[in-house]
Design a protein around this ligand. Structure first.
Ligand SMILES: Nc1ncnc2c1ncn2[C@@H]1O[C@H](COP(=O)(O)OP(=O)(O)O)[C@@H](O)[C@H]1O
Ligand SMILES: [Mg+2]
Length: 326
């Protein structure tokens, strides 16, 4: 899947919110791309735009291409897009309770996409549903098919949601902070499950998280978003070894354990941008210790600084005019 120059805005009573401002990236089969950034940076809106999972209006996909299997998803008819959505690209949302219907058994909810998109018989779909529950690590899977969502714990419900997303053998799985609502132990179990599924199934995975530590544990590549833009993109090893953008550095600094015995979380000062103005300056300038005059009047483009490592910062542009003190 390749995304080019995606821009998504919301038309609100207070004006236009520029939620996603020219995002480009790709993710290949067998690869796990993590999208990292604090709340409000545009991660969810960017990924929901790919499948038009947003209310349009108020949302509008102002520009961009989403090339998947030789077609541009932005330009597909609603009915064609529905096919892609349920079958070829799986989506897992943050809160499993909003993706599960409380009045249907989990078996029914896994069987539904199998029958709808893959034309399976009831019997075959039931068999496959049991296999899927087993695949995501639900004990006695076959006996749990007729249970309802409330009969599962939070972690087990998120496994069910993942099973539904995987039902039709998607080529891409997009997971939007699927472990945020879970406690740390269960979160670790889900992350282990994802590592295993990726090995077994080899699909492309886009994993959204506000936690750089989570991304470090599972991702091949990490894309850091801020103010609706990608500010840095690199392989996981490269990003941790050689972070360039002041925002990425601040995120790394705020990870627990980075400061010896002082385990207090260092938070980044200041507020995320409001996104009401057309971005004519660096989105991070108001919070950046290195900002200089150019950052206030020109938005830095995402530029390659090393093989597979892109940064959007005037400090990294030769003749950009800035100076890094550390
Ligand atoms: N329905 C909406 N109407 C107006 N603005 C929205 C709407 N949904 C999201 N936004 C805005 O889009 C921006 C990006 O939000 P989001 O993608 O949810 O961030 P993240 O997932 O990184 O926390 C935020 O400024 C948010 O306020
Ligand atoms: Mg979000």
């Amino acid at each position: 899947m390749a995304v080019r120059d995606l821009r998504t805005v919301f038309h609100t009573q207070d004006g236009v919110v520029h939620a996603v401002n020219g995002v480009s990236f790709h993710v290949d089969e067998g690869e796990l791309l993590a999208v990292v950034g604090e709340s409000g940076s545009g991660k969810s809106v960017a990924m929901m735009s790919l499948l038009k999972l947003l209310p349009i209006p108020p949302a509008e996909i102002a520009s961009g291409e989403v090339i998947f299997q030789d077609r541009d998803l932005v330009r597909l008819e609603a009915s064609e897009l529905r096919q892609v959505r349920g079958a070829r690209i799986g989506f897992v949302f943050q809160d499993p309770m909003t993706s599960l219907n409380p009045v249907f058994s989990v078996g029914y909810q896994i069987m539904e996409p199998l029958r709808k998109h893959m034309g399976m018989s009831r019997k075959a779909a039931r068999q496959r549903a049991a296999e899927l529950l087993d695949l995501v690590g639900i004990p006695s899977a076959r006996d749990r098919l007729d249970d309802f969502p409330h009969q599962f714990s939070g972690g087990m419900r998120q496994r069910v949601v993942i099973a539904i997303a995987l039902a039709c053998d998607p080529k891409v799985l997009i997971a939007d902070e699927p472990t945020t609502a879970l406690d740390v132990t269960v979160q670790a179990q889900i992350l282990e499950l994802v590592r295993e599924l990726r090995r077994k199934l080899g699909m492309a995975i886009v994993w959204i998280t506000h936690d750089l530590g989570v991304a470090a544990g599972i991702a091949d590549r990490i894309m850091v978003m801020y103010g609706g833009q990608i500010v840095e993109h690199a392989t996981t090893a490269e990003l941790f070894a050689n972070p360039r953008h002041p925002y990425t550095r601040a995120l790394l600094d705020s990870l627990p354990g980075r400061h010896g015995r002082d385990e207090r979380l260092r938070s980044i000062g200041g507020q995320p941008p409001l996104l009401m103005a057309d971005p004519a300056f660096c989105p991070f300038q108001a919070r950046c210790a290195h900002a200089f005059e150019r950052c206030l009047r020109e938005d830095p483009p995402l530029e390659r600084v090393a093989p597979g490592h892109d940064v959007a910062c005037w400090l990294d542009v030769p003749e950009g005019g800035g100076r890094r003190d550390n």
